[in-house]
Structures are given as C-alpha cells and as structure tokens.
Design a protein around this ligand. Sequence first.
Ligand SMILES: [Zn+2]
Length: 763
Amino acid sequence: ELEIHFTGTLNDKMAGFYRSKYIVDGEERWMATTQFESTDARRAFPCWDEPALKSKFRVSLTIPSHLSALSNMPVAKKEERGDKQTFYAFEETPIMSTYLLAFIVGEFDYVEDKTKEGVDVRVYTPLGKSEQGKFALHMATRTLSFFTEYFGIPYPLPKSDMIAIADFSSGAMENWGLITYRETALLIDEKNSSVTNKQRVAYVVAHELAHQWFGNLVTMEWWKELWLNEGFATWVGNLATAEFYPEWDIWTKFSSDYFSRAQGLDSMLTTHPIEVEVYNSAEIDEIFDLISYCKGASVIRMVATYLGEDAFKEGLNIYLTRHQYANATTDDLWRALAESSKKDVKGFMDNWIKRPGLPVLSVQQNSENPTELQITQERFLSSGAKATDDQNSVWNCSIGIATDKTKEPVFIGFNEANGKISIPREFVADPSDWIKVNAGQSGFFFVQYSPEMLSNIVPAVREKKLNALDRIGLLSDAYSLTKAGRMSTSDLLELLRGYQEETEYTVLSEISSVLRAVKTVFDSLPTSGEFDSFASAFFAPTVEKLGWDTRSGDSDLDKLLRVLAISAASHFGDKTVIDEALKRFESGSFDSDLRGTIYKIAVKHGDIQQYEKMLEVYKDADMHAEKLQAFTALGATTNEELKKRTLSFALSDQVRSQDLVYGPSSTTGTLDGTRITWEFLKEHWSEFCEKLAASGYLLARCIQYSASGFLSEDKAAEVEEFFAANPTPQADRAIQQTLESIRSKASWFTRDGETVQSFFESS
Ligand SMILES: [Zn+2]
C-alpha cells in the first residue's frame, strides 16, 4: 500500500482542479471544479493518468460549511467538523479511468427528477436559476431510458448529475455521474432562448449521456482510439435528439453540420487518419477535432446503414457487455459487429479508419446499357493536386442508388480503383433517367457525375423528386469538386440555378454556406454586386413569405428558416432586409430567435451608436447565450478601429478566456476583417498564449479564425514565417491546415476568377 501526502494549487487555467468566477447580486464569488480530460488529473493529484489504468476512487472533501460538494458518486457521509467546516465522503466509484473523475465545490440550485428505471437525475444551475435547468432535465431523463433500452445495459451508476460551470474550456465533459457543461450547453430560459439554443442543449446532453456507456463504462485503450468515444457519442447523440425531436429533421441537418464539415477537413493533405498515433499531451489535444467527432460519427452512420439497425444494435450490446468496466480497441468493436451481422466489418471499415482522407467516385453511365455505371475512385484533395500512390488508397464503398423508380436507396458494393456496377433493371429504363449516386448520403465519399448524368439530375432537383438529403449532397459535392478545380465555378453557379425554388430549411442552409464560401473568394471581382443579387434572390422570397414575427402555428423549422433567410439576405446586401433589421433594433421589437441576427446586422450596418449600445447589452445580459450574441455582433462592425476594439475587449477581463475565441471568429469573414485580425493576433500573440495556456484546442481555433481567410500565397508565406518564429506545438496541425486552406483558395481564385466574372457579365 502506497500513501502520498501532497498539496496542490487551485488554478485559473480551466484544467485540473481550478476555480471559476460567478456573480451573485453584483458580487464576485468563486467555485472550485475539475476538468481532467485528457491529461490533467495529474494537475490535481498524483496518479497513473492513462485511460487503461483504471481504479476505484473514494473521494472525500472538507469544505466551508456554507458551500456544497459534488462528486461522481452520491454522498455516503456528511459531518460538521467545527470551525464552519463540513466533511463529505462519497461512495466508492466503480473501476474507472482517472480522466473521468470529478469534484466540485460551490453554491448551486437544482431541479431533479427520476428516470423510469429509478435513476436520480439532477441539473445544478447558478443560484436562482433552477428554472433554466428544466429543459435539460427533461431531455436527460428520457435519454437515459432511451440508451438503457438501445444499448441493452442499465445506466451503471445510482445518480446522474449535470452542472453548468461559468468558466469551461470545451462544450461539456462526460465525467461519470457528474457531467459538467458550459452554461450555453445546459441552460434554457423558455422565454429568452432560441430554437438553436435548444437544439444545442438537447444534443450536447444526449452526447454526454452516451459517453456514460461509450467511453466511461467501456473506455478506449489509448488516446489514439479517441474516435471510439467521440465519433460514437456524436452519432448516438444525434440519434437520441432525432428520437425526441423528430420535427427538427436531425439526420438531414447532420449531413451539413457534421458530414460535409468532416469531408471538408478530410479533403486536405494535412488531415489525419481517424485512428492516429499520439505520444504526448499536445498531440492528444490536437485530435479533439472534426475528424474524431464528425468523420467518426459519419463512418459510424455508414457502417450502421451497411449492417442494418438490428445487427448494429446487437453488436453494440455484445461490445459493451464484453468490455464493461474495462478497455477496448477499434478491432474489438468490429469483432462484436461481425458476430452480430456475420459480415466482414473490419475488412469493410479498415481503410476508413486507418487511412487519411476520402475518395471521389467518378461516375459515367454506359450509353448503350443505362443500368451499367462505370466508376473510378481515387483520393480526393481539395488543393486540386493528384494523390500520389503513397497518398492514395482503395476504399470499400457501399453505394446507395436512387432513381425515379426506387422507394428506398438500393445499395451496391464497390471496392476497386476502376470498375463497373449494375443497377437492377427495374430502376433504370432509359439513358435520360436521373440517377442519384450515394443516395441518402451515408457513404463518406464524393461523387463526380459525367456531364450527361449531371444534366439529367438537375430537373429532379428543381421538381424536388430528389429528397432534401440528396439535394444537399449533390450541392455539397459540387462545391467541393469546384474548390478542387474538378468542376468550374460557373458550372457550380449554373447548378445552383436548379435550386432557385428551394424552400426547405436544411437545403437553404447548405445553399447559404456554399454561396458565402464562394463570396469570400470572389468578392474582389468587379461583378461582386451581381453575385450578391444572384445570392440574395435565394432568400428574399422566404423573408417575404415568413415575415419578421413568429406566427401562431410556426414550427421550429419555420423559426430557423426565418432566421436563416434574414441573415443570408442581409449578408448578400438585401437593402430592404437590412433597413427593416435596423428599424427593429431601434424599437427592440423582435423575437428571441432573431435576436443574434438583428444584433449583428445593426452593428455591421450601424455606427458607433449601435456599437456602444451592444456593449451595454453585453454587460447587462443575464443569459450567457445573449452575452455571446452581443459579443459576436461587436465583431461584425466594418469599422477598423471598432474591430480592433472588439479584439482588445476579447482579451480584457470582461470576457472569460473560454469565450476569447469568439473575438477572432466574429471579426473575420471578409478579407479586410482577416487582415485586421491577423495583425492583432501577431501583435498580441503572447497574451493569447497566456490566456489559453492550458487549452491548445482554443488556441488552435483562434489561429484558424485569424488567418484562414487570406487568399494569397504571399499571406500564406507570412503566416508560415510567423509560426516558424513562434513555434506552437499544440496547434501544429491547425497551422498546417490553415496554410493549406489559404493556398487552395488562392489557386481557386486564380483558376476561376475570369469564368465567374463572365458568368455574371453574360447573365
Ligand atoms: Zn464527447
């Protein structure tokens, strides 16, 4: 038996055992809390701090009597110790990893409920705000029961607590039985919060609860398999959200929020395989990224579709039962899924997990035999470069096919660099029939159609014979192909004409992203005004139709659509929309869903007066979500001095370091904004490093936001030089990705500037 006596520091770094400030009636107070993932339990106490070295923990705390204490397990014993001190001993935990331990000391209120299986669930909130925990509580109790059924294993602990922490570096942390959240990821004020806020809370709660099984009960063997935790929790978090909020159309939204974003990053040469060797804390920090979360979730969705839901569920149950209270590897998961499905899951999945990047499938229909498709696959690089033999691979694809005659996609396997597939004859009769390849968007690859196939499919988009998911997929693939020079920007714009009658929120949301991205690259052309008119025309009819005020009977998607349309129309310079927003900002008459958008428009198109007013809103706002809306609105100003003031404000002690990143994320978005922000970042580099010392992830995001909007080789070289002189190992990969992204956009502009200009001059 080894006994160690030690003292530690209650630090200010949002890592290890740290303090967080909160305000009660204008008075500053402090709470103490923990954040141990990935490698910070060792900041709090001596330990073998690796996920596979599991242990049982008995936590006890002696604290000032006016405060309360929480930990992973329920309180076993509580005693007054005199001198206004109270002793808490918590029940022993099951065997678990160090990174999941937690203890918290402070003042809280809470709301509570029980699941139908009898698990106690509490949501702890700041004093006086317990009402704001109700939405999350309702989601949590239902989700725990849903997962109990879905995984076929009861929730492993007697209680599940969730708590909002004012200073918090990530979104949330799945500590076993005591989940910590950023305020914006847990608290909802029914009167004040938007649908977007609710979507975030519902999803994050489900994601963290999924970890209670996937990650906590069965833990990855080592950090290189982080994706097992995060990819899975991301997928199943969406699954639970879709279960309880079918009206949100979650899986369609998934294709733009997760799938396309992951494809974007994975198209770079500087991406990494899902499963990647990591040897130190900085490297571990770096893989909490879109690849582990979003590509991870996308390939889970792909394999679930491939195996079918029943076999997939049964395999999960085998995996979780076999490895509970222990550790597991990716191969263990494949083995369990192979047992339930009788398929070679490892063979199907290995390249998706172990190789970096993703393929593009180039598809050509046989003009003699319309049921036959000739397909080649190769690794897709958004820089437009051709993958070398080393970089290339052959991926195992399960290709969904939809035509006018299929009800559900038909799946056909393809595992060659170059080959043919045959579509059953009853689904295609004629070479002019449209065929959607990767129907349902479950395959993590791009599709490039022959010109004939593409022109067949455009009418199906216009007539909405293609469902929303496939309309999004077609456009998002075309956008990526364009960026890489496999399609010309004028052809992309031509394709977009097929979407001019679009009315669905999820599809318009993708259209908006594509148009915004094209605008940032080609905004310096003399035809930028024509581009703006072209772009705003997609949204003006929706603004007209939905109006500015919530109508009785509006669905959540109507509310989201209204915000999207107003935001996009104003972004593309729609004068009527901008004027109305300014008017409403002055009068203060707008719904909570529109608040963030109206703030932004007012500051962007207003002057110092609107800016000052927004600063006041920031200071007075009670909900943290509203503070952030005000803060990001400050960044939208087009005035150089005010932009700098926003960035200085971000570094001041009026903004918590967890929110610093919203400075550079909101002041950029235009070339001018990028220039100002990058200069500021360079000048204040040591302050950024100091504030985010223990949060490599946030520092990396600051760098990406500040520099990735540049569009020239000169600027890429300047950024490269700066980081050569200021090495930043915890953001190394993010810096490489930023450089690659600048260079890709520079060559896109050079390649297509003229065709974009002539597209608008001739139309
Ligand atoms: Zn997670």
